[in-house]
Structure formats: C-alpha cells, structure tokens
Design a protein around this ligand. Structure first.
Ligand code: S3P
Length: 432
C-alpha cells in the first residue's frame, strides 16, 4: 500500500516544525503529500531523499519558518491547504495558498472563520455558488509584532478532521488553549501524533483540548515507519470481494478505528475479511487485512459508520453495485464538496455501468446487480482520484473493455494503482 496520506501529511508537518531532524520511512510520494512537502520546503525546511521511500527532514524549529518567496501551491490537496492554514495563521510573515481547479472550488469558510475568531488575519475569495462561503486563494497576513493567537473553544457543526487539525495546529502558536468539539469523532491522527510527540493534548470522546505551549517549547524530531493507507487498500479489498476467485491481503495497513469503516461495511455486506494486528507506529495501530470474494448483500451506511468510511464511499458504491438487494447511503452531504461532487459523479459512473441509482441530497440508493456481469462503459473521473479508481474496480466486473478518462489524478493518492491491479491479475493499460 502507499503510505497513509493523512498520516503522511501530519508526519511532514510535525517533522517540519520540530527542533531536531526526523526520518520518515515508507513514504510513497503521492501527489497530495508532495504538495505538503514542497510547501514546507518553500518555508525553509530541508528534505533529503534517503532512497525511493524514505526522507530525512531538517527542520527549523517551532519559531523558525521563513517567509516564502512564492505562492504555496497545494495542488489537489484540501488537507494540505486546511492544515497548512493553521500553521501559517500563527506566523509573523504573510503567505498565499493556491490550488488546482478542483481545490479552488472547495469551501474554506470552515477554517477562515474560526481562525479569524482567534486573531488570525486571513482572507479567501468569494465562493461562486455557496453564498457567504469563501474559496482559495487564501491570503494570510502575518500576525502583528508582539501578538499571538488567542484561546479558542469551537464546536463544529459538521465533524471534520481537516478543520479540527487546522485549529489544533494553530494552537501550537496560541497563548491560550484550543478546544474542539465535534458532533462525531472524525479521524484522530493529529491528536495521536501530538500525544506521541509529548504535546499537552487530551481527548475525551469527541472533545479534544490542546494546552498552550510554554514559551520556548520545542517539538522533538522522530522516526516513523508510515502505515499503509486503508483508503487505498479499500479499492483492492472491495475488488477482491466483487471479483470471483479473488483473495487480497494488504500488509502493514493502518487500522485506526476512525478509518476502518469500510471493513465494517464489507462485513455487513457478507464479505469474508480478516485482520491480524501487528503493533503500532507513533500511536497508530497497523496490521494485515484480507478480503475474499463471496456472496454479497445490500446494507446501509449512515451516521458514524458513514464518517468512518467517508473517503471509501465511492468504492463502497462498487460493493453495493454487486450486492443482492438495495444499499442505502445517507448522512453524506460532505461528499458533495470533496475533490468532486462524489454523490453526483458516482451516480453517473454507476449508471454508465448499468446499475440503478437514486441520488438524494445526502446520499444514494443503489440497487445491486449480483448475477450478471455489468455493462462495459466509458466514464470520466472528473479529476477525482477516488472516482477513477472506483470506476476501474467496477470495470473488473463488466463484460468487455471499459475506458476511464482523465486518470492522472490517481497519482495524488495511489501512484502505483494500475501496476498493483495488474500484479493482481487484472488487464489494465494506462494510455497517455
Ligand atoms: C482528511 C480528512 C477528511 C478526508 C480527507 C482527509 C484528513 O476530510 O475526507 O480525505 O487527512 O484530515 P474532512 O476533514 O474535510 O472531512
């Protein structure tokens, strides 16, 4: 598996802010993570390759970032932009964050508002369709000399690890505590890494609180073997569940319970799965995960399960397409503001493969086609890596050749996806 994208972003950020060097091993250089790395390089951090999948980080300390000489390009990565904003909001220098066409449409009021409320000075552009919201570019003004960010106590209306992490990171530069309360617990990688690095953070249920750092405090450098990404593994595990005769095992896969909703979905659909825990890495559990092909049945995905599988909904749609009966997906309005409108795009892709889908404001109703092969199709990824990979797995269930257009985006999270599918026996060709 490629290294976990969420954990890799955080490892790059904390290694960049530390006082001493760090080593990140098993780092697979997906496009989104490279955006984070390059942003910190532009802020004065030095990175040295130690072979194809290891990088040494030479940081400049919590107070040592330097003003960038150009815009910080976050590419396709919402996590880069939102987490980096938290760091930049606490600096004395000005900076500007930009992104690609998809990222430039994503809502940013969710971070601009709470950061501003604690004294940060940043602005976005007016959102073209969501009244009152803002989009990138984000212009961050430096803090006035002598001033620091204030305490913050925020209750999020929608659970979001990006917003929570943005605020916690800004809390490293604040004079008072940072408290974030979520309606449900989103992925908690930031909290776990802060705790593993000895920062004064406590999490109880859906409330997390970071105390202000003592003046002159620093973060320690660290070594980490990055866990594999369960969100990437999901494409192959679901692939195994839907393609007759298959069995796939993902080794050294991250098993953080806030991320493993898709394994619960697979089990609820009747798929045979297995998990062997293998210890942990900087506070993150890792292990081996397997899935086998078998008879599947429709299921439902909503509430906290939907949140724990938020990035796996596109591939869960593929599972639903091959399950007997109906699968209902709800509480997923956030999917409309991911890399693409994933509810609309997945409905379109499923229909192209001959699957009946009803689209709802916050979900989908999918009628499975378990007995006959799907119809081969020609579909668009709309620049969304997870839509592209889900379509590829659907294509494995179709009779004849399917074509997925615009697949460069796959490299943002899973650069070796096509090669891995091929190694598992699929016929896949990537055309320029
Ligand atoms: C992420 C959080 C989630 C997720 C995204 C990665 C993170 O987004 O969808 O792919 O690494 O914090 P939200 O926090 O906006 O739900």
């Amino acid at each position: 598996m490629p290294s976990d994208k969420s954990i890799s972003h955080r490892a790059l950020i904390f290694a960049s802010l530390a006082a001493t060097p760090s080593e990140l091993r098993g780092f697979s250089r997906g496009g989104d993570n490279v955006s984070t790395l390059e942003a910190f390089r532009a802020l004065g951090v030095r990175f040295h390759d130690l072979g194809p999948e290891a990088v040494r980080v030479e940081p400049c300390g919590l107070g040592g970032l330097a003003a960038p000489s150009h815009d910080l390009d976050c590419g396709n990565s919402g996590t880069t932009m939102r987490l980096l904003s938290g760091v930049l909001a606490g600096q004395r220098f000005a900076s500007r964050l930009v992104g690609d066409a998809s990222l430039s449409r994503r809502p940013m009021r969710r971070i601009v508002e709470p950061l501003t409320a604690r004294g940060a000075r940043l602005r976005g552009a007016a959102h073209p369709t969501r009244a009152g919201d803002v989009t990138p570019p984000l212009a961050v003004e430096g803090l006035a000399p002598g001033s620091r960010l204030r305490e913050a106590s925020i209750e999020l209306a929608v659970a979001s690890a990006q917003v929570k992490s943005c605020l916690l990171l800004s809390g490293l530069f604040a004079e008072g505590p940072t408290t974030v309360t979520e309606p449900l617990l989103s992925r908690d990688h930031t909290e776990r890494m802060m705790d593993a690095l000895g920062l004064p953070i406590r999490a109880v249920g859906t409330v997390v609180r970071l105390e202000p750092l003592a003046s002159g405090a620093e973060l320690p450098g660290f070594e980490i073997d990055l866990p594999g990404d369960p969100s990437a593994a999901a494409f192959l595990l679901v692939g195994a569940a839907v393609v007759p005769g298959s069995h796939v095992t993902a080794r050294r896969c991250g098993l953080n319970p806030t991320r493993t909703g898709i394994l619960d979905v697979l089990r609820a659909a009747g798929a045979r799965t297995g998990i062997t825990p293998h210890g942990d890495s900087l506070g993150e559990p890792v292990g081996e995960v397997s899935a086998w092909h078998g008879e599947l049945r429709g299921t439902s995905i909503a509430g906290e399960l939907a949140l724990r599988a938020i990035d796996e909904i596109p591939i869960a749609c593929v599972l639903a397409a091959r399950a007997r009966g109906v699968t209902e997906l709800a509480d997923l309005a956030e999917l409309r503001v991911k890399e693409s409108d994933r509810l609309a795009e997945m409905a379109g892709v499923l229909r192209a493969f001959g699957v009946e889908v009803e689209e709802r404001p916050d979900g989908l109703r999918i009628e499975g086609v378990p007995d006959a092969p799907l119809r081969a199709a020609r579909v668009e990824s709309h620049g969304d890596h997870r839509v592209a990979m889900s379509a590829a797995v659907l294509a494995l269930c179709a009779q004849g050749e399917s074509v997925i257009e615009d697949v460069d985006c796959v490299a943002t999270s899973f650069p070796r996806f096509a090669g891995t599918l091929r190694a598992l026996g699929a016929e896949v060709e990537v055309r320029p």
